[in-house]
Ligand binder design. Structure first.
Ligand code: HC0
Length: 568
């Protein structure tokens, strides 16, 4: 333990703490910019500068460790002036067209300017003239806004193991970019959008499709249906000041109907369907000697990662399309027939916590209905913006139910939104299908939580099924390497691209720190608990779908509409 004095007050903290951490314990707010609570210390922006007695130069509090007897002052004129100067330099090279910026009012630089009472900068503007890079379906990079904090590089390299973006050039000319300035579509980027979630400003954001949705809604000749992903219901509230993890499913349904969608459906319906298709595929592989371990296939960032980096292991990936894509294919076939709507007039809109879902919907092969299966994908953040544009007060709307039949689902589908959920849902069904007995304890708590790697052995009949659950691509890489070396004796592995699973997706409200992710996870499992049906094979609408249309899991129609192949 070490005792230091900050602004005249003593505090005892653990050895190895930083001045910033010690100040926090005293509720002294030191401003920061490059610092992120879930990332390594960078110490690059110098905004958190403080005076330390006996040291001439000001010190960055985020990377200066406490020493016994240290005296720190956080609020002298010298400190305030230095912070303002640093901020002036950053603003001089930042495109501050805040009125038109997607991150306005949720921008750490803007908030800091307010906090430090910045009025005007004395420096001439030297904004980077590198233009916007957006030649891909998911992500826009605007280097004129970049403040070079390095957070995006860290998440791309260290958390996702992708390494699509780098520090280019040196010193004053330093910028963050791609190899040879190529667009993200031409390099190994998987469109996960984790860079967006950690960016403090508006330098990276999703490619917006809001206007395409408005246009479809205004077109009287179109029948516009919307599906909502599991994770959106526990995070959309954050866009309106509600605590993370608030379950707003029914208010979200009400607002989507009020926005003008003809039908409000649920991706959870096809999540349940996925369990039947994928569960049977797993049993088929297990019994017929197919490639094991089998990897789940619903996370498009993960699919693009294995296609880009480990194409030799693609046989391990389930052939099931993701629930988003199964929904699109069924909306334009099964639903179109049932409702007697011409599929060419149906517009399928998805609300996803994910930027990679935009790219998934645009994949060449996703046209099995005879049309593009999913037409437009919006992120949770875009839905928030759309609701704000409409002026509807979502929070005060009375609750409403999803439309039938593609809006009926079980708790097993809701938990898809958190890491471990797909595996837990699959085990709830596989166990009962194989043993014919009811599974008494359906909560696989060992598989829950935001940790990157979890494993369990589950007795299913005579077999000990060994499963693993991984989230973030760096964790996935470790399992892939084990498989390559013949050291992975798992039968089934769930992989989600984003840290924590879809609740931590690249399209979710910002900030999305680990603390916030844990609350979203809690919301997901609470939502599951509240539902009467919690096993996918009990979904009555899925049963009817098989009776009326698909006939059986892995049947001919399923093969055509619900399964896919991968590209190496
Ligand atoms: Fe997910 Fe999904 S659970 S990937 O994380 O499987 O994005 O929420 O919609 O498709 O259902 C995201 C979330 C989905 C899909 C589902 C799966």
């Amino acid at each position: 333990k070490v005792t230091i004095n900050i602004d005249g007050r003593d505090i005892t903290v653990k050895d190895g703490a930083t001045i910033l951490e010690a100040a926090k314990e005293l509720n002294i707010q030191i401003p920061t910019l490059c610092y992120h609570p879930d990332q390594s210390i960078k110490g690059s922006c110098r905004v958190c500068t403080v005076e330390v007695e006996g040291i001439e130069n000001l010190q960055a509090s985020c990377c200066t460790l406490v020493r016994d007897g240290m005296k720190v002052r956080t609020n002298t004129k010298r400190v305030r002036d230095a912070r303002k100067k640093v901020l002036e330099l950053i603003i001089a090279s930042h495109n501050d067209n805040c009125l038109a910026c997607v991150r306005s009012e949720n921008c750490e630089l803007q908030a800091l300017s307010k906090e430090l009472s910045m009025k005007e900068t004395r420096l001439e503007k030297i904004v980077s003239n590198v233009s916007i890079q957006d030649d891909n379906p998911s992500i826009v990079r605007d280097s004129s806004k970049c403040i070079k904090c390095g957070r995006c590089i860290e998440v791309c390299h260290d958390v996702q193991g992708v390494g699509a973006i780098y520090n280019l050039n040196r010193s004053f000319n330093m910028e963050i970019g791609t190899p040879l300035g190529k667009d993200l579509s031409e390099i190994s980027c998987v469109y996960c959008g984790q860079c967006i979630n950690v960016c403090p400003v508006g330098a990276i954001y999703e490619k917006t499709d809001i206007d395409r949705v408005w246009k479809a809604l205004e077109d009287e000749g179109k029948h516009v249906v919307v599906q909502v992903a599991p994770a959106v219901r526990v995070s959309i509230g954050e866009e309106f000041g509600m605590p993370p993890g608030s379950i707003l499913t029914k208010k979200m349904v009400a607002v989507l109907r009020a926005l003008g969608f003809n039908k409000v459906f649920d991706t959870d319906f096809t999540a349940d369907l996925t369990i039947l298709e994928e569960g049977n595929e797993f049993l088929h592989r297990l019994n017929g000697g197919g490639t094991l371990p089998m990897f789940t296939s619903c996370s498009p960032g993960w699919v693009r990662y294995i296609e880009n980096f480990y194409p030799e292991l693609l046989d391990h990936v389930s052939s099931c399309k993701s629930p988003q894509q199964m929904f699109g294919a069924l909306a334009k076939t099964y639903y179109a027939e049932k409702e007697n709507v011409d599929p060419k007039d149906i517009v399928v809109v998805s609300i996803m916590p994910c930027t990679a879902k935009k790219a998934e919907a645009a994949r060449d092969e996703m046209i099995d209905s005879g049309y593009q299966d999913v037409d437009i994908v919006l992120t949770t953040r875009e839905l928030g913006r759309m609701i704000k544009e409409s002026g509807i007060d979502m929070i005060s709307l009375p609750e409403e139910e999803f439309d039938e039949p593609l809006g009926i689902s079980t708790g097993a589908a809701v938990i898809f939104g958190a890491s471990g959920g797909v595996m837990e849902a699959a085990l709830r069904t596989v166990y009962e299908v194989v043993t014919g007995e009811e599974l008494e304890n359906i909560d696989f708590v060992n598989l829950r939580g935001i940790e990157g790697f979890k494993e369990a052995v589950v007795k299913v009949g005579d077999l000990d099924v060994k499963v693993a659950v991984v989230n973030s691509l760096m964790s996935a890489k470790k399992v892939l390497d084990m498989v390559k070396e013949g050291k992975a004796d798992y039968h089934f592995v769930e992989v989600m691209c984003c840290p924590g699973g879809c609740i931590g997706g690249g399209g979710q409200p910002i900030p999305g720190t680990n603390e916030i992710k844990r609350k979203r996870v809690e919301g997901i499992y609470n939502a599951d608990k509240k539902l009467a049906l919690r096993k996918s094979h009990e979904n009555p609408a899925v049963k009817v779908l098989y009776e009326e249309f698909l006939e059986k899991p892995l049947g001919e129609k399923s093969h055509h509409l619900l399964h896919t192949h991968y590209v190496d």
